[in-house]
Design a protein around this ligand. Structure first.
Ligand code: ADP
Length: 320
């Protein structure tokens, strides 16, 4: 192993820069050469690679987004596209590729592995929906952004008798909603993994009103439905003044939190460690605080990310 490349792909996430920095520095520490690929898989197809040195990844650990930029690349889904990518990887004499991205990006990495090209995947997405890891790079930052917004809405909520319905991101996963809802003291949390009867939500709001609560906060994961619909229903059934906020893409931006920088640094370094051990076709995760790696096929096909239902239950117990 002499020369590796790294790319970021799919939806960007805070902490991707910290991951690229860690991969680059750890690789150089071990005497390897590192190339950065711009614009995800599109950059592989176009041959958009530049050598990274220690300084290339300086002053980026604190920045959101990804300086290598990310892209969605339909051409990489075709055999011809992937063949072009492999030609470029050979041309640049790359021995292994590290891909930072979500499950779509993992599928791309799986295809490259299938073509015999050594690849390692790092989970980079705010959604926390990647199999094989407790946490993804970017999740903690998005969660804290959502929580900050919930806290601010709560401040204004306290001065009025209102119900606030707040929609957070997460695609098909309820993780951001669950953790932000628990941390933000929400009355109800709607997640796609455990659909809840709206009647239960209404009951909870009503019993809150009955015991003199001034306001209620309902968190809706985007995968569980639209906050506007939930808000309309609450207003119709309870007659309470109901306001709806959709947080949207603010959750994708911002400086990565300490937790995301630490996770990205550990995962990036671990990717180099396992490459040096001769492993390939693996994805990196954190389980119970420890770095782990598993086969990319296994991660994609046999494991499914699961929401922590105990936490959901806890949030219910604490919001009576
Ligand atoms: P994410 O990685 O955030 O889930 P996408 O699902 O858009 O984002 O995937 C990112 C990119 O990965 C796609 O634009 C495509 O280039 C590549 N990709 C996704 N799925 C596949 C697949 N089945 N085969 C090959 N490449 C894929």
């Amino acid at each position: 192993l002499k020369r590796i490349a790294i790319l970021t792909s799919g939806g960007d996430a805070p902490g991707m820069n910290a991951a690229v920095r860690a991969v680059t520095r750890k690789a150089i520490f071990h005497g390897l050469e590192v190339f950065g690929v711009y614009n995800g898989y599109q950059g592989l197809i176009n041959g958009d690679l530049v050598q990274l040195n220690l300084g290339s990844v300086g002053d980026i650990i604190q920045r959101g987004g990804t300086f290598l930029r990310s892209a969605r690349c339909p051409e990489f889904r075709t055999e011809e596209g992937r063949a072009k990518a492999v030609v470029n990887l050979k041309k640049f004499e790359i021995d292994a590729l590290v891909v930072v991205g979500g499950d779509g990006s993992y599928r791309g990495a799986q295809k490259l592995t299938g073509l015999g090209f050594p690849t390692i995947g790092l989970p980079g997405t705010i959604d926390n929906d990647i199999p094989g890891t407790d946490y993804t790079i970017g999740f903690d930052t998005a969660l804290n952004t959502a929580l900050e917004a919930i806290d601010k809405i709560r401040d204004t909520a306290s001065s009025h008798e209102r119900t606030y319905v707040i929609e957070v991101m997460g695609r098909d996963a309820g993780d951001i909603a669950l953790y932000a809802g628990l941390a933000g003291g929400a009355e109800s949390i709607l997640v796609p993994e455990r659909p809840e009867d709206l009647k239960e939500v209404l009951n909870r709001i009503q019993s809150g009103v009955n015991r003199g609560k001034k306001h209620s906060i309902v968190i809706v994961a985007e995968g569980a439905g639209r906050a506007q619909d939930v808000g309309d229903e609450i207003a119709k059934e309870t007659g309470l003044d109901t306001r709806v906020t959709v947080l949207g893409h603010v959750q994708r931006g911002g400086a990565p939190t300490a937790a995301d920088r630490v996770l990205a640094s550990r995962m990036g370094a671990y990717a180099i460690d396992i490459l040096l051990e001769g492993k390939q076709g693996r994805v990196v995760g954190v389980r119970g605080g420890k770095m782990v790696d598993l086969d990319i096929d296994e991660a994609l096909d046999e494991n499914k990310h699961e929401l922590d239902l105990e936490i959901l239950e806890l949030s219910k117990q604490l919001s009576i």
